[in-house]
Design a protein around this ligand. Sequence first.
Ligand code: GRF
Length: 253
Amino acid sequence: MLMPVDVRRKLSLRFLVSIGLLIGSGNSCRRLSDALLSNERKGMTAQVQEPLNIGVLISGSGSNLQSLIDHIDEGTLSAKISLVVSSRPDAYGIERAKKAGIPVLVMNREAYADTSAANQRIADALKDAGAEYVVMAGYMRMVTAEILDAFPDRVVNLHPALLPSFKGAHAIEDAYNFGVKVTGVTVHFANADYDKGPIIAQQPVEVLEGEPIEALEQRIHSAEHELYPHVIQLLAEGRVSVCPETRKVNISN
Ligand code: GRF
């Protein structure tokens, strides 16, 4: 039976979430309680929970930033974006942030001449803003120890392919040119190993017969706009933890 693409997308997201919940309940990580990333949020009920304070890092269009803003406005994401950091002064995402009344730290090429100084400046600004998590949304600069150590296991990234396949900056094109039949979207914790941090969630996107890459790109971005707010909401609810022994991410129910 043929189903409209958006219906299939919704069903596959629900399927992934329920798989996550099943895996979560049968978790075998012995040190799970030590590994809870959001211990202080655990146990808070949705009603009394403070919105999760996040800083968002961007470099371009900022459509994923917009999706987070929209989900917050609609009440489906319990978060507050306290700071947007743009690595480029010409990123359209800056306009989106300003329109939503979010403070923006705008960096430029010169500011990144010293990578560790740039990362320290960003880490300080995020701390000053009270960020609990750092959310990378199309950020095209290196995130180094200055940020990673200031936010241990609290930096998340979005990648437009099913990791560990097609790492790097041209993931959609690389997967398309390879001829894969299914690609998708990955949300993972960022660490010093680029695109290799523990995977929190993935959503498959089927490559349709004969479809141009532009159409696939659009469907991948739609999947991102759905999956990323969903994962940030899981973080806000304190339901995401990493097992230090296996690196596997557990989503509790
Ligand atoms: C997204 O496809 C993301 O996966 C990748 O960069 C793109 C950013 O898009 N890392 P936008 O700036 O959020 O529109």
